[in-house]
Design a protein around this ligand. Structure first.
Ligand code: ADP
Length: 195
């Protein structure tokens, strides 16, 4: 792989994307995490926060003026229509920031990874990437790992897993898919082989 490379990283919730991103970071890659960029859009004082308050009520905004992501998450993960309304608001603002960050990191670091579950909905970005790698993991294992990682109760974790589109759809942009049903070491060997 050359010194200049834009790699996409996709996978469902708790499939192991961040773990793969960590391996890549250790190998000198810059990481653009779409979720983290989306959080920035929720910072106090943005137009997006005002719009979210109008749509979902004052209960989803914290006293410091930022969005209460936990409260918002509880609403949208159990209501697909609410999730759509939220996404229509947040996605354009997030995409603009992501594209900017990708260009900055590519110029500065050369090798950059875009970690983004919803890349399949953004073909314009996918077509700008040199390759896309996916992480696949069986639902039962993802559920266990999600509970362990988040401390959510099992029923809520299951709801979040079920609210997401099927893994195969998320993995559609991936030219190469890593299996993460095994150990973390297996996963690391998989990404090393891919590189
Ligand atoms: P994602 O970023 O796709 O949501 P993570 O990389 O955060 O997924 O993985 C979900 C959780 O499972 C994390 O707590 C992570 O440390 C753990 N995990 C990931 N891969 C493995 C594995 N092969 N074996 C055990 N735990 C794992």
């Amino acid at each position: 792989m050359t010194d200049k490379f834009r790699l996409g990283l996709v996978g469902g919730i708790a499939s192991g994307k961040s773990t793969v991103a960590g391996f890549l970071r250790d190998r000198g890659w810059a990481i653009v995490d779409a979720d983290k960029v989306a959080h920035e859009v929720y910072a106090p004082g943005t137009d997006t926060v005002d719009s979210i308050r109008s749509l979902f009520g004052a209960g989803v905004v914290l006293p410091d003026g930022s969005v209460d992501r936990k409260a918002l998450g509880t609403i949208v993960f159990s209501d697909p229509e609410a999730l759509k309304r939220l996404e229509a608001l947040v996605h354009p603002a997030t995409r603009e920031r992501i594209a900017l960050r990708m260009d900055e990191e590519a110029a500065r670091r050369g090798k950059v990874v875009l970690e983004m579950t919803l890349l399949y909905r953004w073909p314009e970005m996918a077509s700008k990437l040199d390759s896309v790698v996916g992480v696949r993991c069986p639902d039962e294992i993802r559920l266990d790992r999600l509970v362990a990682r988040s401390g959510l109760d099992r029923a809520e974790a299951l709801r979040r897993l079920a609210a997401q589109v099927a893994q195969e759809r998320i993995l559609a942009p991936a030219a190469h898919v890593l299996d993460n049903a095994g150990t973390v070491d297996d996963l690391e060997r998989g990404i090393a082989r891919f590189l």
